[in-house]
Design a protein around this ligand. Sequence first.
Ligand code: HEM
Length: 326
Amino acid sequence: MKMKLALAIIVVACFLSSHIEAALEVGFYRDKCPFAEAIIRDEVTKSFLRDRGIAPGIVRLHFHDCFVRGCDGSVLIDSTPTNQAEKEGPPNGNTLQGLEVIDNAKARIEAACKGVVSCADILSYAARDSISLTAGGYWDVPAGRRDGRISKASETLDIPAPSFNLDQITQSFANKGLTQDEMVALSGAHTIGRAHCSSFTNRLYNFNSTTMQDPKLNPYYAQFLKQQCPRDSQGNVDKNLVVFMNQTPFLMESSYYRNLFQNGGLFTSDQALLDSQETAREAASYAGNSLGWRRDFVQAMIKMSQIQVLTGNEGEIRANCRVINP
Ligand code: HEM
């Protein structure tokens, strides 16, 4: 009996210690590469001053990285003749922004401390810096992620689609260990950035067999969107056209939630936040309390940025974020 108890204690202790070892850590590079964070911040800030659209682009990159195989930098990998990488997956194809900022930060960091800082961590720091530059808040980034060695376009199915209803987005976040509350808070990231017309024109021109325009879309907003995304004589919309998703595309404040109450959510998945009492209540509270939203948003980002991370000896530290090490 005593032997069994001792064995059980040893097993639990081993589990706990491996678990603690595996956890991410604030200040992970303090001794290993002291200037890493500063270099990343410098690169993000420089790019932001040239093009503010870089900040939302990087935040979305981090979300798309974390939802496919965890936050392992897999979204950064380029396709090869034998592998279609995540970048080619339907939610990503030609819509990602900010990749070169990560490349520039990585190049400078490699010159300062070779083979130490993962691309996954660089992306996580850069997302934090992007949120901070758009006044969304600041947090200490737990780090120590390792880079994955797999990136497949087919796996981007894990990323929720803009046509999703409330059950579908809730399930998609639950699959990654995030609660519905966290999903509502994170959706507010759509305060910043842009969307291609193709992500929502079904709501304007071919909603279903009986209605062309989504009845849940504010008619004035629909009118505006139709002007921004006109159809040509063939009935097609130029696939390069983009619109800002909100009236403050470079500033994190809670107008996203206020717009929902005017039927002004851009995607079906945005407007869907009002489709249950609990989510509508949360959206209403954020609509009136920007500070409260940003606090919850930051907490949810910290959690999202730790989805299925590789740590310790798992994965690798990629030398070039676009290429798996030979
Ligand atoms: C509820 C699920 C979500 C859906 C269905 C969704 C879908 C989309 C779509 C379709 C776009 C437009 C892409 C384009 O056409 O260029 C977009 C943009 C964006 N999304 Fe989401 N998203 C979701 C959640 C999130 C989350 C959780 C974040 C971050 C925490 C996020 C951050 C962004 C940002 C910042 C942009 C603007 C990107 C840019 O300007 O380049 N989204 N999203």
